[in-house]
Design a protein around this ligand. Structure first.
Ligand code: HEM
Length: 161
């Protein structure tokens, strides 16, 4: 017997379903990319003129991550996010711009607080993990050490590489 009040709950319901499925992720990622399109600095990182394909990739990745359809891996293979971000200079400042837009998108979608917190925590941890380049010393939010020579923007150009 189910405990009282649990008769209608589906034990196997995924977080994806609890979040509202495809509709929620379409709104979330749509809101995010609308903001990226207007952020000149962050937009400069995205190689494609048309953000539509990038929107599809992020949406399908997130749907898969939270237990939805697995179209991302079917079409793109194993996610390997760190490797896939290696071509882009993800600095702490760019990470913060990315997160600011994603949090604004979360505000727009307005999930229930428990699910909203899960999503924001995931984005925060993952975006921190993806940083692969130090800030320029004079970059907004960059380290306050003007006497130190700026690190090379080219991560693979050091001696011996
Ligand atoms: C929670 C954090 C993040 C997640 C889950 C995420 C996820 C993804 C995914 C799934 C892709 C497509 C990979 C592919 O299939 O080729 C992608 C591409 C990309 N990401 Fe991220 N990303 C995150 C954070 C960031 C941050 C912090 C930046 C930069 C500040 C960034 C910049 C890019 C760029 C420039 C692309 C290339 C566009 C594309 O080809 O799709 N990402 N990201």
């Amino acid at each position: 017997m189910w405990p009282p009040g649990c008769q209608t709950a589906t034990v196997s319901e995924t977080i994806y379903e609890r979040m509202g499925g495809a509709e929620t992720f379409t709104r979330l990622v749509g809101a995010f990319y609308r903001q990226v399109a207007h952020d000149r600095e962050l937009r400069a990182l995205y190689p494609e003129q048309d953000l539509g394909p990038a929107e599809w990739r992020l949406r399908m990745f997130l749907e898969q991550y939270w237990g939805g359809p697995t179209a991302y891996s079917t079409q793109r293979g194993h996610p390997r996010l760190r490797m896939r971000h290696r071509p882009f200079a993800v600095t702490p400042a760019q990470r913060d711009r990315w997160l600011r837009h994603m949090f604004a998108a979360c505000d727009e979608v307005g999930l229930d607080p428990e699910l909203d917190a899960l999503l924001r925590d995931y984005f925060t941890r993952t975006a921190h993990m993806l940083v692969n380049t130090p800030d320029e010393p004079d970059e907004p939010g960059g380290p306050d050490k003007p006497e130190v020579a700026p690190p090379s923007r080219h991560r693979h150009g050091g001696r011996g590489s």
